[in-house]
Design a protein around this ligand. Structure first.
Ligand code: SER
Length: 889
């Protein structure tokens, strides 16, 4: 029975008995405890906890949820049943039926006849387990269903008490196993052998809430859930494995075609008696599907979180394929195959084929380079280590592979294992930590003059600065701290470079990509120009300033003023950044995730994760959408709210960013753009003025950057471009819109003319041999020698023709012709000898060899005509001089 059909039968079985069919949620749900959805119940968590009323007619539901579990990634392909992606089919009851209902439903589907919509499993082969203390479940299995008591086994907390692994809903569970027969292992039920007896369905009697702790150490049961619920999970892949009569989940109908393709790509056979190879095939099949499904849900490869898992999966595929013998790219055929097999159950794949391929293939390209250089380095390291009798790769070596060669540590570990080595992980982590600390110190040093933050601690603790700059640009303030040359001082005077700490300030400190305000601190005749404002501990504003005039004392009351023009420009740029972000996602889809930004008056740049260069058309569209949003004069609203509320509004937050409980949401044009942001903005989008998108570029692997001007700066840019174009148009006497063709024409003509000149030049040289004959030297022994260093650019062939031509002009005389030229960065040369010279013992071939030794090359030919070339054209003159001497002897 095909996998798609098993899915259908499952859903129909439960829909028939009144369950609401719920589509699979995305693999990526907003649950901070999970990287990926890893069980069917995850989307239903609020209903179990009683936080929300389940919106299902009968209080029951059924789903087939996409799940990813990567904890067991090392097990993939080694055991027969571990998939990193799998489909968990479940039925859920929220306070409706409980143990007996769940058990009956499961049994009737599993053992029901195929013609009645069941799965037709032999009841004699089914075994069940229950939680040690759960007499009720054991009694239902035995008395209501009729499972003989010897096929009902009891297990403890670790196996038969289910929770998400973290505080939350939990309860005892009962699992159903299928006996695959003696060829798969020992008798004795699931307790004895969980390979022969394969778990297919877990029924969780979800009734409690647990606290912190792990399974082994135990956790506290904090209390009962408001209802007694049912959560079940049947592994579709495992049932398919049984019903299709195959050995393992990797050979089922959806994955086996990937193995076939991998066989073709690698030229190696699956199941040919080499277990290590078979594991690689299975890894390829499993990981191809998982990566494809993760990309489908919007993840792109990166170095952290989900992106890192995806990267690791893709890289394991590539490496396994290489180890099997594949030499070229493999990603495209693998991805295409798995997309084909999965599309009937997930039709949305069809619309995303190109994107999925793009992401996977870009990673393959990037990794191939890494793999080549890193593997080479690894092999060297391993060989040196082994020949010295060592068994452990040091932390520094692993760190070098990571830092210089881009080898993820997991890869180093895997390769080490294969080479029979291990890795000093403690030392590796120590090196990583050192690097992190260095980077942090570097960053700080750049911003804060590499100084000890403890200087500010007292102020941070006692007097966080009050920021009033969202509403006001000028405010009176008290000077509560002065720092000069890294020391606290009581007063500062004209010319000093200082740091001023105020109790209140309207000046924006650099944050969230927006550069700090410029401004002034004034009192009486005293003026300080503020060049930068930095925050310490998110609380204290440090104004870096130059005392322009007068002096300032600690405790004085001053006026702090933001430079209005600066702020106006910063607001324009920052709001423009949000518009570009929104436009970008509209054009590229939600996978273009922000990676960083910078905005200052008139200019912005925006970095985002994306693996491909944007096309001109995409850039044009982004620019158009952005400027249309300006033109629409959208209201820009800021809302202070809770993080939860903000996410519910759909606000985009930066992954990995630490937000407080209260956050600020900036909303532009309703749903057009909603972001968490602490920056300053214009109040209507039209105040930004035009946005000139300058272009895009790459900033490291997998990230790209868009740059743009905003406001008047855009106008200046456009008008400069326009002036340039009209200047060119006037110069070329062409209307501006015809400039491109005109320039193309001119370039074409120029190229043709250059060729022509080159030809003429050559011809002239070739025909002008008379001068060379006339200029020949007569040597002391009566021999004529024409040895000439010709102008640059004449190749060996032409030199040969010329030399032979000149030789002819010497007639019966004893004469030698030597011609050399620098051509294409090399020395080209040809030597000809007249018949009389040859009779006198001259061999052009030998002369060429002698000449060659001066220009780092060699050559060959006959006694009367030979030629050659060398790498060192600087040696031509010396070569000619040496020949002259030799021939005169
Ligand atoms: N939540 C349980 C599991 O994941 C049953 O669906 O096994």
């Amino acid at each position: 029975m095909q996998t798609h059909e098993i899915r259908e039968r499952f859903t129909n079985h439960f829909v028939r008995s009144g369950h609401t069919e719920v589509p699979s949620a995305s693999l990526i749900l907003d649950d901070p405890t999970l990287l990926f959805v890893n069980a069917g119940m995850v989307p239903f968590k609020p209903y179990f906890l009683g936080q929300q009323t389940p919106p299902f007619e009968n209080g029951t539901a059924t789903s087939i949820q996409k799940c990813v579990r990567t904890l067991d990634i090392e097990e993939v392909g080694i055991t027969t049943r571990h998939n990193t992606f799998f489909q968990m089919a479940g039925n859920f009851s929220f306070g409706q039926y409980f143990k007996e209902g769940a058990i009956k439903h499961a049994w009737s589907l599993l053992t029901g006849a195929v013609e009645d919509g069941g799965l037709g499993l032999d009841p004699e082969r089914l075994w069940v387990t229950v939680f040690t203390e759960d007499d009720e479940a054991a009694q239902i299995w035995q008395n209501v269903i009729g499972v003989p008591s010897e096929r009902i086994q009891r297990m403890g907390m670790e196996d038969n008490f289910w929770s998400m692994g973290v505080p939350g809903p939990c309860g005892p569970c009962s699992e159903i196993y299928y006996d695959r027969g003696p060829e798969y292992g020992n008798e004795g039920g699931p307790i004895a052998d969980d390979n022969r007896y394969m778990e297919i369905w877990n029924l969780v009697f979800m009734e409690s809430i647990r606290g912190a702790g792990d399974k082994k150490g135990g956790f506290e049961i904090l209390g009962e859930l408001p209802n007694k619920n049912i959560d079940t999970g049947l592994g579709i892949e495992r049932v398919a494995c049984i019903l299709q009569g195959v050995d393992n989940v990797y050979e089922t109908d959806l994955l086996r075609p990937v193995i076939d393709v991998a066989e073709q790509l690698s030229g190696t056979k699956y199941d040919a008696g080499t277990p290590a190879d078979d594991v690689r095939f299975r890894v390829i099949a499993d990981h191809s599907r998982t990566s494809m499904m993760i990309i489908l849900d919007g993840v792109t490869p990166s170095n952290e979180g989900r992106g890192y898992i995806l990267r690791r999966l893709l890289r394991r595929i590539i490496r396994s394929a290489r180890l099997l013998g594949a030499t070229g790219p493999v990603m495209q055929p693998l991805m295409e195959t798995i997309m084909d097999t999965m599309t009937p159950s997930y039709p949305e794949i069809a619309d995303n084929r190109d994107r999925i391929l793009r992401v996977a293939m870009a990673e393959e390209r990037a990794f191939s380079k890494t793999l080549e250089s890193g593997t080479h380095r690894f092999d060297e390291t391993a060989a040196a280590l082994k020949s010295a009798g060592g068994t452990q790769i040091s932390g520094e070596q692993a760190f070098e592979l990571h830092d210089t060669y881009g080898f993820p540590i997991d890869l180093t570990l895997e390769m080490a294992r294969e080479a029979g080595l291990d890795v000093d992980m403690d030392a590796f982590h120590a090196s990583m930590e050192e690097q992190r600390a260095r980077a942090k110190a570097d960053n700080k040093a750049k911003k804060m003059g590499n100084r000890d933050d403890s200087l500010y601690r007292e102020w941070v603790d006692a007097n966080p600065t009050q920021f009033v700059g969202f509403d006001e640009l000028t405010h009176s303030a008290n000077v509560i701290g002065l720092v000069r040359d890294g020391e606290k001082v009581g007063e500062v005077t004209a010319g000093d470079e200082v740091e001023v700490i105020l109790d209140v300030t309207p000046m924006y400190a650099e944050a969230g990509g927006q550069m700090a305000d410029r401004g002034r601190i004034v009192v009486g005749d005293t003026v300080l120009n503020v060049n930068d404002v930095q925050k310490i501990g998110k609380k204290l504003w440090v104004h870096k300033a130059t005392v322009q005039n007068g002096g300032l004392d600690l405790g004085q009351t001053v006026t702090a003023e933001v430079d209005e023009a600066w702020r106006h420009g910063a607001r324009q740029a920052h709001t423009a950044t949000h518009l570009i972000h929104a436009a970008l996602r509209e054009v590229l889809g939600p996978t273009a995730v922000q990676a960083g930004s910078l905005n200052k008056p008139g200019y912005l740049r925006f970095d985002f994760n994306y693996t491909e260069q944007l096309t001109d058309a995409q850039l044009e569209e982004i620019a158009t959408i952005t400027n249309q949003a300006v033109d629409a004069d959208f209201a820009v609203n800021t809302i202070e709210t809770s993080l939860e509320e903000a996410k519910a509004m759909g606000a985009m937050a930066l992954f990995g960013e630490n937000y407080g409980d209260q956050v600020r949401v900036v909303e532009i044009g309703g749903p057009f753009s909603i972001e968490l942001c602490g920056g300053t903005h214009v109040s209507h989008s039209s105040q930004i003025g035009p946005v000139a998108v300058l272009g895009e570029s790459s900033v490291g692997s997998g990230a790209r950057r868009i740059e743009a001007y905003s406001g008047l700066e855009s106008f200046r840019y456009f008008s400069k471009e326009a002036a340039l174009a009209s200047g060119l148009a006037a110069e070329l006497k062409t209307p501006t819109d015809q400039l491109p063709e005109r320039i193309a024409q001119l370039t074409e003509r120029l190229r043709a003319a250059e060729k022509e000149v080159e030809n003429l030049h050559r011809q002239q040289l070739l025909s002008n041999t008379g001068a060379i004959v006339a200029g020949a030297q007569e040597l002391a022994n009566g021999r004529k020698l024409a040895a000439v260093h010709l102008p640059e650019g004449i190749n060996t062939g032409d030199l040969r023709t010329m030399a032979s031509d000149i030789r002819g002009k010497f007639g019966a005389a004893d004469a030698v012709v030597v011609l050399a030229s620098k051509a294409g960065g090399k020395a080209a040369f040809a030597i000809a000898a007249t018949e009389a010279a040859v009779d006198a013992g001259i061999k052009a071939g030998e002369l060429v060899a002698a000449f060659g030794s001066h220009v780092g090359g060699k050559g060959g030919g006959k006694p009367d005509l030979a030629q050659g070339s060398g790498n060192n054209p600087e040696g031509i003159d010396a070569g000619l001089a040496a020949l002259r001497e030799q021939l005169d002897a």
